[in-house]
Design a protein around this ligand. Structure first.
Ligand code: AMP
Length: 112
């Protein structure tokens, strides 16, 4: 999508701190990290959120990549959090499906 921030990062038009890429998924470090490891995992196909991506198999590709990245980042032993925000009440600020992979410390038990 022409004016989507994350599409521009995927295309290399805006710099991103890339940590992973395959034919379907791209991942880069969040610019405002909320944990020692904070990576955004996004599909290369533009879908706005998990509602749009779920029935196309896109979410499964992103989750598979997230599991690989979690292992590569050394998060498998102590654990991590993998979340996606959706819409206004979910506090989604970028309308390109993304999962936050957070880890590297004991995270808060608060979910909201
Ligand atoms: P969300 O609020 O779930 O939509 O998450 C969007 C995330 O994108 C936030 O955690 C931002 O810090 C992050 N973000 C925004 N712009 C950039 C950027 N240029 N590079 C990396 N992360 C970004």
């Amino acid at each position: 999508m022409d004016d989507c921030l994350f599409c521009k990062i995927i295309r290399g038009e805006i710099p991103g701190d890339k940590v992973f890429e395959n034919d379907k998924v791209f991942a880069f470090r969040d610019i405002h990290p909320q944990a020692p490891v904070h990576i955004l995992i996004v599909p290369k196909t533009h879908v706005a959120n998990v509602l749009e991506g779920a029935d196309k198999g896109i979410v499964a590709d992103v989750i598979a990549a997230a599991a690989q990245i979690a292992r590569e980042q050394g998060l498998a032993e102590n654990g991590f959090r993998l979340i996606t925000n959706c819409g206004r009440d979910g506090a989604q600020s970028v309308e390109h499906l993304h999962f936050h992979l957070l880890g590297g410390k004991k995270l808060s038990e608060e979910m909201a």
